[in-house]
Ligand binder design. Structure first.
Ligand code: 9UX
Length: 72
């Protein structure tokens, strides 16, 4: 099965940032779908929790130079 996680992503200032973050997320093992919105700084990620965790997703975004946190 899959879960959907919502993340606040900081540091995105143009549309290319959004494409970059979406590409990073979609390349992660276990990620099925990723949509990022510049206006709201929100990312929604559908993922397989047996392959990747929410913390792994946060770390991948931060490794790319953006800030990320889980939305409760
Ligand atoms: Mo736009 Mo984002 O020129 O890292 S790509 S600010």
């Amino acid at each position: 099965g899959t879960l959907v996680g919502q993340f606040t992503i900081g540091g995105m200032t143009c549309a290319a940032c959004v494409n970059s973050v979406e590409g990073i997320l979609r390349d992660l093992p276990g990620v099925k779908r990723a949509v990022v919105a510049l206006a709201t700084s929100l990312g929604e990620v559908e993922y397989d929790p047996t392959v990747i965790s929410k913390d792994d997703i946060v770390n991948a975004i931060e490794d790319a130079g953006f800030e990320a946190s889980l939305v409760q």
